[in-house]
Design a protein around this ligand. Structure first.
Ligand SMILES: [Zn+2]
Ligand SMILES: [Zn+2]
Length: 770
């Protein structure tokens, strides 16, 4: 059953799912739109609904509100209203989502999504709440800058309440509040407001919703999430969720009545861009912008058809229309894309060709192309800076990130220039050839070249298809010869200093053994497993499967047997050091390279450990030296390493979302490992008691393993000492061979190298002469 069927299911009982107290009290009538067929609630006799596909944006040039408000004033007014009505105001969450399996915060409600035992759960810091959430969405690039509703980066007015019959509120109160917000706070006449029935289907939950529209513009959508499961198999939730998402930009727009929403939400940015491009206001386009709401490119197989429809209404040719509006659209999209980059990089995202970074690169490259196409004579990083100048009033942290944003954009630009050189050659080889969508996708994926920069028309859905291809893959769970989920959770002993213990074999099959309790650490969180013996049988591998721990042994055991277990203590000690060193190197890299450094993945074995971090460039020798020095400084400071178990929400408030360095932890309680006050991570691994126990850290090598990811390999403790000894031995041997003292080796090698180079040159010359 898809959304359509759910909607039908709800609409069979409109009294139960849609009729709220306000409708009764004020006499809202339920009608079916003669144009689009949707059901809506209104105080008037209107026969068509207020959707943009049914009505033009009538407020352009004639706003229905009390007074014009800028972007910040809009938020202040909304916040004030909800705070006066008992809501706790919250700060926006980061746009890069670290707490739920999404790359970006695509909606306000995502702030409260958590996973508990792989199921959707909610984490509300207060109830009810109001906040301005900046969201990123990259599935609507074709319409961004076009229809006034679409953005890749937009603010969502998030009004939420958790309702269990006692606390919070439900549909009646929600719609009353929204109606009062529109009428009392904004001064919109009640007759202008229409509520349209719809349904919402999310990840493992769904519910009915009421959208509120004014003069062709949807201002908000109140979603009432009340069922978990899927539409075939669901139960009513104990705690229901009011999830009202309003369009911050749209609220500003309706109070100003400017030709598009893009004209009034970016502060001075759009005005500046228009000036640089020599673009003048065009009064003849006023009617076009009113109809622009009809444009929705990716729903149409042929985008030109809609453009033609609008052109016909305006009685001009589609070509002429396109010519008139395309420059405006490009400027609007450029303003949007650069703002998205500002927020994304500020919240520690970086452009790359993997995961969410991939989307950031697409919009950044589009922005480079736009700037070039419009011949603006301004750099993308400057436009980003204008946004910061404007936004810092409400988002002061952007100021601290200005330099890093500029640097990252510049590195990307350099990379793109090189790519474009390549694309020139591609274009030359393609002259006269029509490229299929498939080929364009291939060119983007292999070379990073956008259709725009090839001078080719972007096929509809091109970016949507690309985005889909880069969505997170589903992780495949390991299969075992027996059903692990039926076993009791293994009692864990490895957080205590226990290396010898007795246990009972609960399950045995082939070489796999499950005990009632264990001190063997399983491979998890990037830390390699312990080894040792169970009743003198060697333990080869230790695996975690949910809450059960499995031991792979060199032999077999009988179920029910009482066994004596011994953990290899030396191996464990090294793993502890390498694991602790990983936290330290991460903190050191962040300090040296910048705030955008985030753990991408890590692995701690006995011979060495590796940490992959997010970074936009390869590391210079100097940077590596600095990181090593910083890491060893942390070791020398002998900072205490503290472990505390905290409720998830509390841990996030106390230490920020940086705790999720190792990814999402689907638990209500988190184990937080802190190194002094420089690093706090949710981590289930085993660590030293203080940084001094790591002894020393030696970085062995670094490598750019993929775009946007740099690998550091290092060792610590005795492993590092024996490594350094080895290096010393090699140096001694080299010195001996060169017949110089050790400290003269670099000099001697350089001399040797120069001689070799000149010899090679000579040899080449001779070859040429022949
Ligand atoms: Zn309609
Ligand atoms: Zn750890």
């Amino acid at each position: 059953m898809a959304k359509k069927e759910i909607l039908e299911f709800f609409q069979k009982k409109p009294e139960r799912f849609y009729k709220v107290r306000l409708f009764d009290e004020l006499g809202f009538k339920r009608k079916q739109c003669k144009n689009c067929g949707k059901f809506f609630w209104t105080l008037t006799d209107q026969e068509i609904c207020n959707d943009s596909t049914c009505r033009p944006y009538e407020f352009i040039g004639n706003p229905p509100t009390k007074k014009p408000l800028d972007y910040f004033e809009t938020w202040k007014l909304i916040e004030k209203f909800f705070v006066e009505n008992g809501h706790t105001p919250l700060k926006p969450y980061p746009v890069v989502c670290r707490w739920f399996p999404l790359y970006f915060t695509i909606a306000g409600i995502v702030d409260f999504y958590r996973l508990t035992d792989s199921k959707l759960d909610f984490e509300f810091p207060a109830n009810p709440v109001i906040l301005p959430q900046i969201c990123l969405r990259f599935n609507d690039l074709a319409n961004t800058g076009v229809n006034s509703r679409s953005y890749t980066c937009f603010g969502m007015v998030q009004q939420s309440s958790l309702f269990d019959g006692k606390q919070g509120y439900w549909k009646d109160e929600c719609i009353e509040l929204d109606f009062r917000l529109l009428t009392e706070a904004f001064g919109i006449k009640p007759e202008e407001i229409v509520f349209i029935e719809d349904a919402w289907l999310g990840p493992s939950a769904f519910g009915a919703c009421l959208e509120y529209h004014v003069q062709g513009l949807e201002l908000g959508n109140a979603v009432f999430t009340e069922f978990v499961g899927n539409p075939e198999n669901f139960v009513e939730m104990e705690k229901k969720v009011v999830d009202m998402g309003g369009g911050w930009e749209r609220f500003t727009w309706i109070t100003q009545g400017t030709p598009t929403s893009y004209d009034c939400v970016f502060g001075p940015v759009v005005e500046k861009l228009k000036k640089l491009s020599g673009l003048k206001e065009d009064k003849s386009l006023q009617n076009y912008w009113k109809l622009a709401g009809l444009l929705s490119f990716d729903e149409a197989s042929e985008p030109n058809a809609i453009r033609k429809l609008v052109a016909d209404k305006l009685k001009i040719s589609p070509k002429e229309l396109e010519k008139k509006v395309s420059k405006f659209e490009t400027i609007y999209a450029l303003a949007d894309h650069t703002r998205a980059i500002v927020f994304a990089i500020s919240d520690l995202g970086i452009p790359s060709n993997v995961g969410g970074g991939y989307n950031l690169r697409v919009i950044l490259r589009r922005a480079f192309d736009f700037v070039e196409k419009l011949e603006l004579g301004v750099e993308v990083e400057e436009i980003a800076s204008w946004h910061i100048d404007y936004l810092k009033k409400m988002f002061p942290y952007l100021e601290d990130r200005r330099e890093e944003i500029e640097k990252i954009v510049r590195v990307e630009k350099e990379r793109y220039r090189k790519t474009k050189e390549k694309s020139k050659r591609i274009v030359e080889s393609l002259t006269g050839k029509e490229l299929s969508e498939e080929e364009l996708i291939k060119i983007y994926e292999s070379e990073g070249i956008t259709p725009e920069s090839l001078g080719v028309k972007v096929p509809p859905l091109f970016y949507a298809k690309l985005t889909q291809k880069h969505e997170k893959p589903v992780e495949v769970e390991e299969k075992f010869p027996f059903d692990v989920s039926t076993l009791q959770p293994t009692k864990i002993l490895y957080y205590q200093p226990i290396y010898e213990f007795h246990a009972t074999v609960l399950k045995a099959s082939g070489d796999l053994v499950v005990l009632d309790q264990t001190a063997f650490y399983p491979t998890s969180g990037g830390q390699a497993h312990d080894t040792g013996y169970i009743d003198n049988i060697k333990v080869k591998e230790v695996i975690k499967a949910g809450k059960v721990i499995l031991h792979r042994i060199e032999g077999s055991l009988e179920e029910g047997k009482r066994v004596l277990c011994k953990v290899d203590k030396d191996r464990r000690e090294i793993l502890k050091q390498h694991h602790t060193a990983t936290h330290i190197v991460n903190a050191a890299a962040r300090k040296v390279l910048g705030e955008h450094v985030w753990q991408h993945s890590a692995y701690k074995d006995v011979d060495k450990a590796r940490l992959d971090i997010t970074h936009y460039d390869a590391l210079s020798e100097e940077e590596v030296e600095k990181i090593e020095a910083e890491a060893n400084k942390i070791v020398r400071e002998n900072l205490p390493i503290k472990v505390e178990i905290l409720p998830r929400g509390e841990a996030e408030q106390k230490y920020s979302f940086r705790i999720y360095q190792g990814g999402i932890v689907p638990e209500k309680e988190l184990r937080i490992v802190s190194i002094g006050d420089i690093d706090h991570e949710a981590c289930g691994g085993l660590h030293c008691n203080s940084t001094g126990e790591v002894n020393c850290i030696s970085i062995l090598r670094t490598k750019r393993v993929q775009d946007g990811v740099v690998r550091l390999e290092y060792c610590s403790g005795d492993v590092a000492i024996s490594y350094l000894k080895e290096v010393e031995n090699i140096l001694g041997e080299v010195a001996k061979k060169l017949e110089v003292p050790e400290e003269k080796v670099p000099e001697a090698v350089e001399k040797l190298f120069k001689e070799w180079k000149s010899k090679r040159k000579e040899l080449k010359k001779r070859k040429v002469r022949k």
